[in-house]
Design a protein around this ligand. Structure first.
Ligand code: C2O
Ligand code: CU
Ligand code: CU
Length: 487
């Protein structure tokens, strides 16, 4: 790829943007004054003991000033809304005390972390009941990337995220640390968590806004802030963008068509930087981008838009000149060789509304739908059969692994899909071929990441197994997850 190529389109099939969905709610401008963008604090460890680091993470209720007037009742992790940012380093052993101070059962899912399932991973098999806790530990053994923590208690994931639970997770490593990327958290390296909400007398009302095809809100929030402003004090700023919405796809661009460079996807650094003026993210996808404001002067304002709606502003202040150029090659992806002799795994996302299915079935927590041997690299064809008029994009997500996107309907993947991913938007009528390898044994979910589709049951489970070590898994039922036996 040539260094100067700048892409000017969203890549995704335009006719099936969610604008075409019957229940689609376009973003509206909120009558809220510009306010400082919320930058979540970084969580502090309880204890550091050599290579062992201890954290307590509490899911809690709180109140947040989102709109003028009455505060909004919200949920968060160690915060009233969203969560404190959790920073992990490759190679460190983490011990995490998970506490539930919510009035209902929740789970703590590490979206993007390659940890064992189904318990450490935090899917529905790892409930934490009100006033209860759970302790997990794992060694972080994956490269630098942006992940996130969110609840996963079927069938209430969508509502709990809507209420506010979502925290940014930043993974660091020594290799990425050598790359000329901004990494001063809160100054030139910030999370950009994209969500949309509506309010009723300043309160959330999930039931009132619920849509079985994915709940949408009319106001855009970035890190929980409506009309947020970030003060730019460095020439280059790194944005760790996360689509943390229940349903919404974000089509991002700047009001002045300013260009930006993607350096990482879900699973970490891209092999080569990719320059754009437009970027679309589907639910749960992440993109790290660097924006170079070198052509701006103090007092200038650059607005980040989604479709035709402003979602946040960058207010340019004084900054020291920094013309650091990114290398043309950022990292080498060691693509695992496909294990010979294995059939292609075909998985099908079908239906809309309450008819959504994965491989023709609804989720059953006590059913293992597939098995794959750890260490094997298997081709998966992920199919979206919604090809009729009004079809929709389903973002396909797998726990317990990062995969490589090989093709879309037999064609090259998008230019920013050459790195590791755990979530991929699958267009209507499309088959996306990915290469999947599990390195840890366990039972893992794979599903559509439109949270209401997931809650309806567009989800299945795979056991990653080691033929030499048989494991028995206690797979609880949805009933047991929601109603503890002896509580
Ligand atoms: Cu983001 Cu099954 O999760
Ligand atoms: Cu996940
Ligand atoms: Cu879906």
């Amino acid at each position: 790829m040539s260094d100067s190529k700048v892409y000017n389109d969203y890549f995704f099939d335009e006719p099936i943007f969610d604008l075409h969905d019957g229940g689609y709610i376009p973003l509206e401008k909120a009558d809220v004054k510009d306010q400082p963008l919320n930058i979540p604090a970084v969580i502090k460890p309880d204890k550091v003991d050599g290579n062992d680091v201890y954290y307590t993470i509490t899911a809690q209720e709180g109140e947040t000033q989102i709109l003028p007037g009455k505060k909004t009742k919200t949920w968060g992790y160690n915060a009233s809304l969203l969560g404190q940012t959790i920073v992990f380093k490759q190679g460190v052993h983490y011990h995490i005390h998970l506490v539930n101070k919510l009035p209902e059962v929740t789970t703590f899912h590490w979206h993007g972390l390659n940890v064992t399932g189904p318990v450490v991973d935090g899917g529905p098999h790892a409930p934490v009941y009100p006033d209860g806790s759970r302790d997990i530990d794992f060694t972080l053994d994956q490269p630098a990337q942006t992940d996130w923590l969110h609840p996963h208690p079927c069938p209430n994931t969508a509502r709990q995220v809507w209420n506010g639970l979502a925290a940014a997770v930043v993974v660091t490593d020594d290799e990425e640390a050598k790359l000329p990327f901004p990494r001063n958290y809160g100054v030139d390296d910030i999370p950009v968590i994209l969500q949309d909400r509506s309010y009723h007398d300043n309160q959330l009302d999930y039931k009132a806004d619920y849509d079985v095809d994915g709940t949408l809100g009319k106001y855009a929030l970035v890190n929980g802030t409506i009309n947020g402003v970030f003060n730019v004090t460095t020439q280059r700023v790194r944005l760790r963008i996360l689509d943390g919405s229940d349903r919404r796809e974000w089509r991002l661009h700047f009001d002045d068509n300013h260009e930006f460079t993607q350096i990482a996807s879900d699973g970490g650094t891209l092999p080569e930087p990719v320059k754009f003026t437009k970027l679309m993210l589907t639910c749960a996808e992440r993109a790290e981008v660097i924006v170079d404001f070198g052509d701006k002067k103090p007092g200038d304002v650059v607005t980040l838009m989604s479709d035709d709606m402003p979602i946040m502003k960058f207010k340019i202040g004084e900054f020291a000149k920094d013309d650091t150029k990114l290398p043309e090659h950022l990292t080498t992806i060691d693509a695992p060789k496909v294990t010979p002799g294995l059939p292609v795994t075909r998985t099908v996302m079908s239906g809309m509304d309450d008819q959504v299915r994965l491989d023709g079935k609804l989720f059953d927590m006590q059913r293992i739908d597939r098995k794959q041997k750890i260490g094997d690299t298997v081709l998966w064809d992920v199919v979206n059969t919604n090809d009729m008029d009004g079809g929709m994009i389903h973002p396909f997500h797998m726990h317990g692994c990062q995969f490589l996107v090989l093709s879309r309907n037999g064609k090259e993947p998008y230019p920013n899909e050459h790195g590791w991913k755990d979530t991929v938007g699958v267009n209507a009528g499309e088959t996306v071929r990915i290469a999947v390898q599990f390195t840890k044994f366990g039972v893992y979910m794979y599903h559509c990441h439109i949270l209401e589709h997931e809650d309806t049951g567009m989800m299945a489970q795979i056991e990653a197994y080691d033929p030499n070590h048989e494991h028995k898994y206690h797979l609880i039922s949805m009933d047991e997850m929601n109603h503890p036996k002896n509580k």
